[in-house]
Design a protein around this ligand. Structure first.
Ligand SMILES: [Zn+2]
Length: 151
């Protein structure tokens, strides 16, 4: 996909992030899964339950074996998590790897507020997933997270 496409879909992810119920101890994040220029699933933090992450909410709307995932791009306003406070939930990084999504576009790397060192990007890259960072969206992705005391 081209740079304007990436900007279009990250803008959509930022819109979704603004829908998150705000809480004191978790990020507000938006995510969109795109295939062939079409949105096939969206999610935002806490959309479906109090612990839900944007990427998992979006993935949970699709069948795990959906063949379109093999050519999908997932846009997330924040780096996918690599560990979770809720032990029964898999990190979004692992979910993306299992789903077979080949491209991940993020606006912002997770700062060390809740997790000392998020290694989502590194882990995705190690699994051959292309990670694109759209740094021009970082401020927009932080906007709904200012209450967390960002560095
Ligand atoms: Zn997550």
């Amino acid at each position: 996909m081209t740079a304007p496409d990436h900007r279009r879909w990250m803008t959509r992810a930022v819109e979704l992030a603004h829908l998150c119920p705000t809480v004191a101890n978790a990020y507000s994040v938006g995510a969109v899964i795109v295939v062939d220029g079409q949105e096939i699933a969206t999610g935002y933090s806490r959309e479906t339950d109090a612990k839900g992450h944007a990427e998992e909410v979006a993935l949970d709307k699709l069948d795990a074996g959906d063949p379109r995932l093999e050519r999908a791009t997932i846009y997330s306003t924040l780096e996918p998590c690599s560990q979770r406070a809720t032990a029964t939930r898999r990190p979004c990084t692992d979910r993306i790897i299992t789903a077979g999504i080949p491209v991940v576009v993020i606006a912002w790397r997770e700062p060390s507020i809740f997790v000392e060192d998020c290694v989502g990007v590194e882990k995705l890259s190690r699994h051959g997933i292309e990670v694109i960072e759209l740094l021009e969206f970082t401020d927009a992705a932080k906007a709904m997270n200012r209450h967390l005391g960002l560095p």
